[in-house]
Design a protein around this ligand. Sequence first.
Ligand code: CP
Ligand code: NVA
Length: 312
Amino acid sequence: MEGKDLLSVSDLSHEDIQLLISNAIDMKTAGWVSSLSGKVLALLFEKPSLRTRMSFEVAMRQLDGHTVYLSPDEVGLGQRESVPDVARVLGRYADAIAARTFSQETLEVLASNTDVPVINALSDLEHPCQALADLLTIYEKKEELAGLTLAYVGDGNNVAHSLLLAAARTGVNFRIASPGGYEVQERIWQLAQNYAAGSGAEILSTGEPRQAVSGADVVYTDVWTSMGQEAEADRRRQIFAGYQVNGELMACAREDAILMHPLPAHRGEEVTEDVLDGPQSVVFDQAENRMHLQKALLVGMLGGLEIPLTKY
Ligand code: CP
Ligand code: NVA
């Protein structure tokens, strides 16, 4: 992983993912590890963030490294300065770049114009750090991954794409219920099918939330309108109305199923308040685990100290 980019979950092998989860568990349970002294992570964000920015900033501080946050207005990515030039300049100062961009292509252009690792901190296509942290949360709660069933209800968006790829890589069965026209992209589905053939995961796409959720170990949802799609919000509210995760839908899952959401959540839209704030919800553990997983990722990419492995 050292020196490599993380633009997509597909940049990681199954072994990479296992190592990240093992290292994150060790770092979380063994306390702070000071191994990135003097290293600088640039945070280049075209969209707002609470968790991603905080978790990267705190992760670097706990590792004795530093961050520099660049907001959308400061850089004028592609406007004040071309994306390749921004990458060339940042690479002269920073040891890695975590970028939140509207388009995946911007990430690819950044990565191809600098030698320092570029991390996808969310794009229109993927949210790999979220998916990896989510696997850590699932593993913590269920003490296994392969053979579990995750049901995703809602938009086939960036979060769904990364989660699908991460699940298929690690043998987690993945069922997604989305309205017609809002399914995951065909290219991602094909890739997931390839991974599933290797890992033994079963993947299913349906229009029926109940079919997806029936007997699931994990029920997952995300906003119906992602950042950048605000103009479509009213139409999406109508289209997704039957895809709300509520008590009735949760009752179709296993009794010990957990409810996951990357946050921010819209209570009363994609998930009801009683479910999001109820006993099955692990959404704040997910938020915390972003930091632990990203610590493991940063140490892996930037070459930190050797960390003893927990086998899982
Ligand atoms: N889940 C997540 O990425 O949250 P932010 O948009 O607040 O970073
Ligand atoms: N799908 C959401 C995820 C936010 C963390 C978005 O892109 O806005």
